[in-house]
Each structure stands twice: as C-alpha cells, then as structure tokens.
Design a protein around this ligand. Structure first.
Ligand code: DSN
Length: 424
C-alpha cells in the first residue's frame, strides 16, 4: 500500500480508493491538457502539511492573528523568490487562484462600469478578461479583441483601433488558448497611447517565461497575473506581480478586498515550486516543453490536421477538427478512452457552440515533466490521427477496437516514464 495514504485508508477508505484511482489514471494516461502538469513530490509534501491549520489574515508582520512566527517567514520567502525569479518590484502570493487574482486587479484599479479590454474567450482569452458571463463582463464595460480569421493571430491594428475608440482603463494581454508568442511590447505601446494599464496574464506561460523561452512582460506590463500550477509546475494557486506604484492597491484588493486568510500550505508549496523553477534544470524543462510542442505540431500537420495559426511557438496546440469531419467533444471523449487526455475547445470564429465546439486543445507541460521527447510526441500524434480517423469513419466497432488497442499501447509507453509524485 502507498504509505502516504495509510491513515487516510483507515479513516476514509472511500476517498482513499478514489485518490488511488486518480493516481493510477494520472500515471497511465498521456495527459495533454496544456494547463495541467505533475508537481514534484516536494511540492506535494508542502501542500499536505499542518500549515493548513493556520489563519493569517494580513501580510507578514501585519497580521490579525497571533502565532505567525513561521507563517510570516514562509510567505516572505515565497514573495522574495517570486520577485527574484521574475525580476519584479512586488509580488503577492495570496490569491486563491487565477480568477480571484484577476478580480483583485479590477478592484484595485477600476470602478464598476469602467471600460476594460481583453481577448474574447472564444478567440483564446479568459473569462476574467471581461467575457460577458463573468463578473468582469457584467460589472464592467468590456470590449473584446480577437485574432485575424486568415492568420489566427492577434491583429494589433484592430487592438489599437479598438483601444483608441473605447479608451479602456485596463488592457489584458494573455489567455487560455494562444499558441503563439505574445507581443507584450506591442500591447504596451497601445496601452501607453490610450493611458491604460497593461496587465499581462501569463498563467499559461509563466514557466516558459521563468525558463527564458518566452519573452517576459516585465518592463512592458505594469501588472502581471499568473496561476502557479500550469507550466510553472506549482500547487493550485496564483500570484500578482507589479511595479512598485501598484503594490499597495493590489495588496489591499487581495486582502481585505476580496479574500480572508491565505492558504498557507499553498503558499509554502508555491515557495518550493519557485525554488525549483530557479534551478538550471528548469530552464532545460521549459526548452523541452517548447521543442516537444513543435514536434507534436509538425507531426499533426504532416498528418493533415488544421492547427490554429498554423502551428505553435509555446506549449499549446489548438486543433480545428472541421476538416477531419469530426467535432471537438466526441474526439476528446474518444481520445480519453484511448488514454490520451485533451480538452475540447472553441476555435476562433467557431460556428459551433462552446459546449460542443470544433476543436481540441493539446499541450506538452505534463508529458515533458515525465521525460518524454520528440519521438514520443510523434507517436502521440500518430495515435491521435488513428483515433480521429476511426471516429470520422463512424463505425462503432472499429472505433472501440482502435481505442482499446491504443489505450494498451499508451499504458505500455507511460510505464516507461514514471510520473513525479506518484508511486509505481
Ligand atoms: N481553465 C484554465 C485553462 O485550462 O486554461 C484557465 O483558467
């Protein structure tokens, strides 16, 4: 039995068994969702500590509860590591996750009804960049930019024209389905022209920025928001980083504006992940994520897949399956049955509905953590091709047989690439 689950097994065997099943699932599958990863054993250990027992509303040295002798040190270490790794004036490591982190920016800088500009969700943006169903699109006046239909890339003439016309106070650069380098300098120039604050949401690419394989927004964006659990490979959490002039307002917006006590076990695990991201191996990890995505994209292109923007510069690939004659949702479900975990996703100008869109979204952070390389990426592309081709033909027996065979082959491959933090 897995020793770290021994107590859990005796207290709550139902939950213990489900955790074990999830461990097996994460171990046996090829996880290609670009916002997911495997954290290290050290990050897992920090997350599962008595730090979860402690309340510490406030900030180091200014708390509303006693007993902060060690919590203050942990949070200070996390903050200092974030500042050092990203080269920023100020960092706040308390946001519970990316959405509350972004909401804190609105609270710090805007009043309800003020104008915000972000990338539209179906074009690759994020809900909290002013999309209509989000509080950020309900309580604020939101204007949204997209990508060009012909290139799948951001059209900076459109962004500039929109910014000049609508005069947003806040501009978001970044999103959840952007396969290309984000030109923070171009966004900054536009923000300066209309007197807006530029926010870089680097949730997806934080590990690539830290690893030096994506240009940094530092020096261009006054505020940077990020989750900590994607390419950065930390626990589920978030950070806000900024120029000194926004530090007070952002801190006040996070606490007491939006949140109560920080999750200290998460803060400790963020500190550990930041230390890991400072090591030379992490730069190699980031480089390999991008090399693997390029190899996967090249093989998919060679097999006739239509990739939004024609490829990738980063960790993420957005596939439009229209030309293959299948929709994203059935494809994602078939791939999952075959042991290949992706998510269905809208593609720019998608004629289908968000819950049944045309695309799938893939990424290489998790498989790269397991040590897979370009050869495995080519094999993964071949499997994706087989599953999608079987689905397009529409014969249920052939699909089931193909998926079952590939699931076995996937288990064989994954057994050779142990997942960090999961015992064999
Ligand atoms: N849900 C995240 C993603 O998968 O990209 C973004 O918040």
């Amino acid at each position: 039995m897995n020793p770290h689950l021994a107590t859990l097994s005796s207290v709550d065997p139902d939950i213990a068994e489900l955790v074990r099943s999830e461990e097996r699932r994460q171990s046996e599958k090829i996880r290609l969702i670009p916002s997911e990863n495997y954290v290290s054993r050290a990050v897992l250990e920090a997350t599962g500590t008595v730090l979860t027992n402690k309340y510490s509303e406030g900030y180091p040295g200014r708390r509303y509860y006693e007993g902060q002798q060690f919590i203050d040190q942990i949070e200070t270490i996390a903050v200092e590591r974030a500042k050092q790794l990203f080269g920023v004036d100020h960092a706040n490591v308390q946001p519970y996750s990316g959405s509350p982190a972004n909401l804190a920016i609105y609270l710090a800088l805007l009043s309800p009804g003020d104008t915000v500009m972000g990338m539209a969700l179906p074009m690759g943006g994020h809900l909290t960049h002013g999309w209509s169903v989000s509080a950020t699109g309900i309580w604020f006046r939101s204007v949204q930019y997209g990508v060009r239909r012909d290139t799948g890339r951001i059209d900076f003439d459109e962004v500039r024209d929109l910014a000049r016309k609508e005069r947003p106070k806040l501009i978001f650069a970044g999103g959840t389905a952007i396969p290309r380098i984000i030109d923070f300098a171009a966004f900054a120039e536009i923000a300066r022209e209309v007197d807006a604050v530029l926010v870089a949401d680097i949730a997806h690419i934080a590990g690539l920025v830290a690893g030096g394989v994506h240009p940094t927004p530092v020096g261009h964006a006054e505020i940077i928001s990020t989750t900590t659990h994607k390419t950065l490979r930390g626990p589920r959490g978030a950070m806000l980083m900024c120029d000194a002039k926004h530090a007070k307002a952002l801190d006040k917006a996070v606490f007491p504006g939006l949140q109560g006590g920080p999750h200290n076990h998460t803060t400790a695990a963020i500190a550990v992940a930041l230390r890991e991201a400072m090591q030379p191996e992490f730069r190699e990890y980031a480089r390999q994520i991008v090399a693997n995505a390029a190899a996967l994209a090249d093989e998919l292109l060679a097999r006739g897949f239509d990739l939004v923007s024609g490829g990738t510069d980063n960790h993420l690939i957005l596939v439009d399956l229209t030309s293959k004659g299948v929709a994203g949702k059935p494809a994602a479900k078939a791939l999952d049955r075959a042991g290949l975990e992706v998510n269905y996703n809208t593609v720019p100008y998608d004629p289908r509905k968000p819950f049944d869109p045309s695309g799938i979204r893939l990424g290489t952070p998790a498989v790269t953590t397991r040590g897979m390389g370009p050869a495995e990426m080519r094999q993964i592309a071949a499997w994706i091709d087989e599953v999608v081709s079987a689905l397009a033909k529409g014969d249920e027996d052939t699909c089931a047989a193909t998926e079952q065979r590939i699931a076995g082959e996937v288990r064989e491959l994954t057994s050779r690439f142990p997942a960090p933090g999961i015992d064999a």
